[in-house]
Design a binder for this molecule. Sequence first.
Ligand code: PLP
Length: 410
Amino acid sequence: MSELDSSVPSIPNARDAVRALRPSQIREVANAGFGVDNVLPFWFGESDRVTPAFIRDAASSALAAGATFYTHNLGIAPLRAALANYVSELHGATSADHVAVTSAGVNALMLAAQLVVGAGDRVVAVTPLWPNLVEIPRILGAHVETVALGYGERGWQLDVEQLLAALTPDTKMLLINSPNNPTGWVMSRDDQRAVLAHCRRNGIWIVADEVYERLYYGHADLADSAASGAQARTAPSFLDLAARDERVICVNSFSKAWLMTGWRLGWIVAPSELMDDLAKLVEYNTSCAPSFVQQAGIAAVEQGERFTRELVHDLKASRDHLVRALSAVPGVDVKTPPGAMYLFFSMPGASRSLELCKALVREVGLGVAPGSAFGPQGEGFVRWCYACDTARLDAGVERLQQFLARHKTV
Ligand SMILES: Cc1ncc(COP(=O)(O)O)c(C=O)c1O
């Protein structure tokens, strides 16, 4: 070894903030299932169906036509325009200079966080929550405080006063995901109004993750005749209330409403004043979303309305089917959530949900996600993605019953 070599630190570690990130517990459960035959996977947040043909065809045509080059950082103009029309129809006038195309929702969340938070900043997040939202600000060195939803007779509920109290004037950003992964909770319009007013007064950025906005069953559940037209097609959104040039960044994705998880395409609606800085961040993260994927995105937004409505109809039927089936299992406490595509329920053994989910996959090949993967507030619950046909859901419930019969004393 030379003299120079001896000055090199012996362990090549990543920096502390990265080493402190929590690995995915869903992945940990999936790893426990390696080698188990015929696992029924309900653990990830995606449908078992492929992307609709008209979108795949649009991508093929774009590839055949040579759409293989870099694009503008903020996305191709026709897609930004198509998204501006789509958002305008659902949530009120929005011009293309408020829209940026991203490499799916998770990249949009990273970009939003990079825009507004830095090391030492205080961030507040409502939990239980898909872990990426909490870990992303931590990568940037921010400090994340959580406010937990409560669980009771009416399912998951937000104590809005508790959230407002946590939103102190030194808070930089609020992260809120509604419809929520994993609970299916949907923030009410009144709560959004109160939070927006409070954040306005205190100069706090709202980053609203609305990737499940179209997977909303609230109006149908309540037979809400007042909800018509665009309102009936989407969950309440901060975009319905906020002006386009205030401190609200809305994150969305093609993954859920058009079954495009593997395509990695999403978008941001944000103040136009942010766009030059956002373009720089896109440049240094990904440079742009893939060109032919953006072309396919135009087809999804412009021709996909019927598909999305049918999808929501089918998801609602699957949700209701699984709620009925699980309700009949002794010891399971399950409520009907108004949004997203998950049931987040308690069952015997779930107070140690990671161990329970590993045992479920090892012993009966049932793949569900542990509640603790969504923060300590999720412990005691299990998440089941119901975006599949009812026969497969029935097969899963049967396995759950086998497991419970085997572990009667749990
Ligand atoms: C709450 C939430 N936000 C964002 C995403 C990101 O999805 P994607 O990166 O596929 O757009 C997901 C994915 O499951 C999610 O559950």
